[in-house]
Write a protein that binds this ligand. Sequence first.
Ligand code: GAR
Length: 209
Amino acid sequence: KPRVAILISGRGSNMMSLIEAASRPGFPAEIALVLSNRPDAHGLARAQAAGIAARSLDHKGFADRASFDAALDALLVEEQIDLVCLAGFMRLLTAPFVETWAGRMINIHPALLPSFKGLHTHERALEEGVKIHGCTVHFVTPEMDVGPIIMQAAVPVLEGDTPDSLGARVLAQEHVIYPAALRLVCEGRARLEGGRVVIDEFEIAPPAL
Ligand code: GAR
């Protein structure tokens, strides 16, 4: 089974959805490590409580992004990690690190990419008045929130929504598609080929047109 590392910076609800999915019989991956760039991340305690090795690598201890990313890479190699899942990891990664892990690193973003890259996605979706919002799992490429898309889920924007109410509706779908996308990648059914995603078979049937 591929050894997966989950990188977090905070509460770790997506991390928990991956840990729970991977604990079920037949899941094609093992969550070998949870790593936070913030020592105080709430998710670290949750990972430990679930019996997963949890470590922090405080970015404040490094002179620059390159040296932090080099230490991160060394740790992942030492732990024999095959695949990296970014799950609320709120730190930009350098191009050399991303290139090293190309095709072996995925991220979840709380919007329907390519709309609403970056931060405060739910607030911005409400400001724009979109009627459909959602989340995206994608392979990570050096440019932020641009990577080839593996899976998306859409939710309606409802009258009277606040960033919190809309965010909660999106988060529930994040917890569905992230484990499903990880499964596809681990089974080799979703992969990066020539900069594009090739998907053999959908876990979740695409909507009929
Ligand atoms: C999630 O909504 C995730 O999509 C988002 O942060 C939240 C983390 O929550 N990620 C990003 O914004 C990446 N730029 P969690 O720690 O409970 O999974």
